[in-house]
Structure formats: C-alpha cells, structure tokens
Write a protein that binds this ligand. Structure first.
Ligand code: UTP
Length: 158
C-alpha cells in the first residue's frame, strides 16, 4: 500500500549555536556520524517509511547540504572507470528512492517558520517533518511508526 505521506520536510536553516565552533562554517546536518552525514540517516528513514519527496529547508548561503543530495556524474564516472564498485554504490544510495529539492529560509526565524517555507511543496497533503540533527535508532524506523499511527488515527502525530 502506498504511504499516505509522500513528503518530508527537513528544517536545516538554523545557526547551530550550541555546537559552535563546529558549525561556524559547516552545516550541522552534514556533520558525520560514522560514514555519512547525520541528515542522510533521516532521509533513509523517510524512504523506509514510503516517503519519496524530500524538501530541504536551508539558508541561502548553504550550498553544501543540497550538493550532498545532488547527482554527481563526474564522481560516478571516475568511480566507474576505476571500478570502485563499492564506493559507487554508496554514493548512488544517497539519493536512491528520494526526489530531493531545496527551499530557502532567508532568516533563522525559528523552526515553525522554517517549516512554513516548504508550504508550497507540501500543498494540502499530509507531510512529515524530521529534524536533521536527531538520529533515532528504531525498528521499525521512527518515521514509519509515525506514518502508521497517522494512517490509523488520521490526525497529527508528534
Ligand atoms: P535546533 O534548535 O536544534 O537548531 O533546531 P539550531 O537553531 O540550529 O540550534 P542552536 O539552538 O542555535 O544550537 C532544530 C532544527 O530546526 C532548524 C535547525 O537547522 C535544526 O535542524 N531550524 C531552526 C531552522 O531551519 N530554522 C530556524 O530558524 C531554526
């Protein structure tokens, strides 16, 4: 059965003041946890919940977060040529199953305002919000559990 929630919003336009100086020039959501940026765990969790549309909310100056999810044909060609199959699979997996787009929050006016920036991308359909700096290790994945509760209750789930 198709998921009743097709879109997830990742607000990622905050200043990350609590962990300065790590986030002075570097986006918090791209800090690595083992072998991948923390936001990638959230995107994988969303895909596992049947969600296919991913909306990143970033500040206009942050080009790195959307770049992480953009196709990288030159790197893929390089890895293909060098027969680095495992690495190739890893970078292809970054966007597998997800259509990732970005909207901007021009000023860090808070989490609610960041979510509002994705309004046009969500339309009137139910959508999920996932904080990209939280990683929840759960089986079934937390977002899948929430979509299941939404399916049953047909109301907001926190
Ligand atoms: P946080 O409060 O954890 O992030 O917001 P922050 O604002 O970057 O952190 P501090 O308090 O300054 O250290 C939760 C999520 O909401 C985003 C953040 O990027 C984070 O992913 N956020 C927060 C926005 O997108 N816009 C905002 O105006 C505020």
């Amino acid at each position: 059965m198709a998921s009743p929630v097709s879109t997830v919003v990742f607000p990622a336009a905050g200043l990350g003041t609590r962990i300065l100086p790590a986030t002075k020039a570097f986006p918090k959501e791209l800090l690595p946890l083992l072998d991948r940026p923390i936001i990638q765990y959230g995107v994988e969790e969303a895909v596992a919940a049947g969600i296919t549309q991913v909306v990143l909310v970033t500040s206009p100056g942050n080009t790195m977060t959307s770049a992480h999810f953009a196709p990288s044909p030159e790197l893929e060609a390089f890895l293909t040529e060098r027969e680095k199959t495992e690495a190739l699979e890893k970078i292809r997996a970054v966007t597998a199953g997800a259509d990732v787009t970005t909207v901007h929050q021009t000023e860090p006016l808070g989490l609610g305002h960041a979510v509002l920036m994705a309004r046009d991308r969500c339309g009137d359909a139910p959508f999920a919000v996932s904080l990209p700096d939280d990683v929840i290790d759960a089986d079934p994945p937390a977002l899948k559990q929430m979509v299941d509760v939404f399916t049953e209750m047909n109301g907001p789930v926190i």
